[in-house]
Design a protein around this ligand. Structure first.
Ligand code: G3P
Ligand code: CA
Length: 256
């Protein structure tokens, strides 16, 4: 691909390590999170679902098939059963033995050390997930963190409304997919009644959209960047942050 030279822009570009630094270690595992911190990411993004016994755990897909040696739906297994699975070896032999982290374990290790972007993944499959996540955050005294930021986001906007009611002090975000071709100012204003972040697929980002989102006082983090020139394009368009498998790409654009 052609080398991208970003245009002059004053301002910071926030880097969010997507499922951890997932280009370099198995997504949503401790090594990927550690790598994200080491690479200087501003945030770690995690996908939260629940075990059959309602424990918040960190995994992206609805099923275990792609990222573990298990099979079937995540929601069919208790935490004890899930903990027996290997969530690392699919990515590389050296990661054999990594397990699916619980939200509790993750916060025990990283809570207070780095900003965190929590995605409620398929919350419609997990009634009560908003309360369970809120409880874990409370246990870790992270409901009103002073030195770091925690954001809760989801594609399921009803779930975000519910979570915002439970945790009004925590900033929330709406995720918007590439099927949302046209987004009116009216729609953005509605989002802004409960969300602080508007996080779209990078495919739909234009300078005009960035401007409209900023007019509603929401911040925009675009996902999922896996290409250096795309990172540069988004920076030029004025997005506030990028959610990326390669947090190092942001370091090449702005001096961190
Ligand atoms: O943080 C947003 C992004 O992660 C949404 O897509 O499928 O990677 O969870 P997905
Ligand atoms: Ca995600």
């Amino acid at each position: 691909a052609e080398e991208y030279v970003p245009k002059e822009r004053n301002g910071y570009l926030t880097s969010i390590a997507h499922r951890g630094a997932s280009a370099y270690a198995p997504e949503n595992t401790m090594p990927a999170f550690t790598k994200g911190v080491e690479m200087g990411a501003d945030y770690i993004e995690i996908d939260v679902q629940m075990s059959k016994d309602s424990i918040p755990i960190i995994i992206h897909d609805r099923t275990l098939n792609r990222t573990t040696n298990g099979k079937g739906k995540v929601s069919d297994y208790t935490l004890k059963e899930l903990k027996l699975l290997d969530a690392g070896s699919w990515f590389g032999e050296e990661f054999t033995g990594e397990t699916i982290p619980t939200l509790n374990e993750f916060l025990g290790e990283f809570g207070g050390k780095i900003n965190i972007l929590i995605e409620l993944k398929y919350p419609e499959l997990y009634p009560g997930i908003e309360e369970q996540v809120a409880n874990v955050l409370k246990e870790h005294k992270l409901v009103k963190p002073d030195s770091i930021e925690i954001i809760i986001q989801s594609f399921n906007h009803e779930s975000i409304k519910r979570s915002k009611e439970l945790l009004p002090e925590i900033p929330h975000g709406v995720l918007v997919g590439k099927d949302w071709r046209r987004i009116s100012s009216q729609q953005l204003e509605e989002f802004a009644t409960y969300a602080d972040y508007f996080n779209p697929s990078f495919n739909i980002v234009t300078a005009e959209l960035v401007e409209l989102v900023h007019l509603t006082n929401m911040t925009m983090y675009a996902y999922t960047v896996r290409d250096q020139s795309e990172a540069g394009r988004l920076y030029s368009l004025g997005v506030d942050g990028i959610i990326t498998d390669y947090p190092d790409y942001v370091n090449l654009i702005v001096q961190k």
